[in-house]
Design a protein around this ligand. Structure first.
Ligand code: SME
Length: 153
């Protein structure tokens, strides 16, 4: 199962690199990452970026049901990832104090910090699943690789 998931992430990375080669616009890059991940993993019902703008998270490219537009850094899983600079894996969103429920189908989520090549935090990537416990260190590792290749180099 882990092997199949790693292969799926490898396919995503290849697709994203082939689509994004030479592109520098951050919104174009974010939209492409979202489109590829959402299509590869059917249980990722919400995939999107929140951009760090003037100390607040503001919605960026996403696919899924309507997400909240702005998130303060002291709120939710996204705020925790941006505040600490550390990826957050939440196996059961109902157990996370302060989780912001944009859609009742969300059961688990992963949120990763996104840094530019200078190492400056520019956004977070938020992925929500309809399955409990959908994310592990394996997802974190592959997603960090994708984000590093696209935004960090
Ligand atoms: N669940 C997130 C909020 C964003 S949405 O789910 C689209 C959080 O707690 O930060």
């Amino acid at each position: 199962m882990n092997e199949a998931r790693s292969e799926a992430y490898e396919r995503c990375l290849m697709k994203i690199l082939s689509v994004c080669g030479g592109e520098s616009d951050q919104v174009a890059l974010m939209a492409s990452v979202v489109g590829v991940l959402r299509n590869e993993f059917p249980d990722f019902y919400w995939v999107g970026f929140y951009r760090l703008i003037e100390g607040e998270l503001v919605i960026g490219p996403y696919q899924g049901t309507v997400g909240c537009l702005r998130i303060e850094l002291n709120r939710g899983v996204c705020g925790a990832a941006a505040r600490t600079g550390v990826a957050q894996i939440v196996p059961d969103v109902h157990q996370f104090p302060g989780h912001i429920a944009c859609d009742p189908r969300s059961q688990s989520e992963i949120v990763l910090p996104v840094r530019n090549r200078e190492g400056v935090l520019i956004a977070v990537l938020d992925i929500d699943s309809t399955q409990r416990g959908a994310f592990s260190g394996l997802d974190r590792k592959h997603l960090e690789e994708i984000l590093g290749r696209i935004f960090g180099s």
